[in-house]
Write a protein that binds this ligand. Structure first.
Ligand SMILES: [Fe+2]
Length: 229
């Protein structure tokens, strides 16, 4: 009994400060709630034409990406006031979808560049060597990504990613707005194969969109991600 009482006393001494600490941390987190904002593009909407129309780029950035940012911020605010595990778990789907949408599109915009700013110019340096060694050339990895992208059923992304453990480049797809980090891979190049990315211009011919997007891929950005991974 004595030890039990001591145990309760120990618990009592430990529990009170812990709860106070939790409340303090929560209050501080609420006061400094981090929210995301729509990133600016490094180029004008029409600068990726004719590969991607300015109309698509404007809608894609101002409407679609903005909606992911808005809904991700809403979910983060709700997470702050969620006070039981069930409420927290219920928010995971919205966080994954909208947070993933924000992460994926933020990479996608940087992965693209007008031809006047280097879009479509082949990669150089370590990335070029790795592509040659692992795929047998740039044409081969492009063909592999096009086939994988064309094969995505419904909405999703096709990626050139890096498996850091194996030190290997890999072509992967993700469904909906799942981020590549969900597969333990570093995203280097992501191509959006949701219909909203091409339908206004290419209608149902996704392979033509995939064929033309390589004219505006910013390999310099992809190579930087590879070198810093
Ligand atoms: Fe998109």
């Amino acid at each position: 009994m004595a030890s039990s009482a001591a145990g309760i006393m120990r618990m009592g001494r430990q529990t009170a400060p812990t709860l106070v600490g939790w409340a303090q941390r929560r209050a501080m987190a609420t006061a400094t709630l981090h929210t995301e904002r729509l990133p600016d593009l490094d180029y004008d909407y029409g600068e990726l034409e004719p590969a991607i129309s300015g109309e698509i780029m404007k809608l894609h950035h101002q409407k679609h990406h903005q909606t992911y940012v808005t809904n991700f911020n809403k979910a983060l605010e709700q997470l702050e006031s969620a006070n039981d595990p069930q409420a927290i778990v219920a928010l995971q789907s919205a966080i994954n979808f909208n947070g993933g949408g924000h992460v994926n599109h933020s990479i996608f915009w940087k992965n693209l560049a007008p031809t006047s700013k280097g879009g479509g110019s082949p990669p150089e340096g370590n990335l070029a060597k790795a592509i040659e060694a692992q795929f047998g050339g740039l044409d081969k990895v492009i063909a592999k990504m096009n086939a994988a992208g064309a094969g995505v059923q419904g909405s999703g992304w096709v990626w050139l990613g890096l498996n850091k453990d194996l030190k290997r480049l890999t072509v992967e797809t993700t469904a909906n707005q799942d981020a590549l980090v969900s597969k333990g891979l570093v995203p280097l190049l992501g191509i959006d194969v949701w219909e909203h990315a091409y339908y206004l211009q290419y209608k149902n011919v996704k392979p033509d969109y995939l064929k033309n997007i390589w004219k505006v891929v910013n390999w310099s950005d992809v190579a930087k991600r590879f070198d810093s991974a």
